[in-house]
Design a protein around this ligand. Sequence first.
Ligand code: ZN
Length: 204
Amino acid sequence: MKITQHTAVSIHYRLTNAQGELIESSFDAEPMLYLHGAENMIPGLEAALEGKVAGDKLEVNVDSEQAYGPYHDGLKQEVPLSAFGDIEDIVPGMRFIAETEMGQRPVQVTQVNDDTVTVDGNHPLAGQALTFNVEVLEVRAATEEEIAHGHIHAHGSCGGHEHSHEGGCCGGEGHDHEGGCCSDNSDQPAKEGCDGNGGCGCKH
Ligand code: ZN
C-alpha cells in the first residue's frame, strides 16, 4: 500500500543537522506512527514520503522553511531577573510560557546573566536544514475514527490513549464534546461524552 492521504504510517528515522551531527533517532526505540496528510509531520518530510511503500528507505534533505521554519531574532529576548518573581535557581534549559512579539509562546532559558535572563522562543531546530534517513515500516489505511481525530490510535481505541493531549482525543476538532481523552483508567472519572467503558463514545 502506498502512503497517501489518510494512511497510518510507521517509520524509523534518523535526524541529523547540516553538520552531520545526530539530533534524534528512533532506531533504538519505538518507531514513529503518524497519520499522513494531517499536518502532523514537518511539511518537507511528509511530502517526500508521499507514494512510498513499506520497505522503502530514503534520505530526505529538508531546508529550514520546510522543517521548523526560519529563526526569528525577535523571539530571543533578555528579560530582567526580577520578572521571574520567586523562582530561584534559574538555569539554561528551563522552559516558561512568555509573552513575545508573536504572542504567548513557550520559551527556553538560554543564558543567565547577573541581573537578566536570555530566553529564546524559537524551536530549537528553527533556521536549520535537516536530513532525515527514513525507513518505511508499515502503511495501512487509517480508521474513520483516526481520520476524525486527526491522529493515530496506536493502542486500539480512543480510550487507549495513555495521555490526554490538547485538542486531541474527543476534545479535538470535529467533536462537539470537550474534555480531552476519555480515560479507561478507573482512577479518573469518565469525562462527559465518554461511554464510561474506556471507549470514546464518539459517534462518527
Ligand atoms: Zn483519539
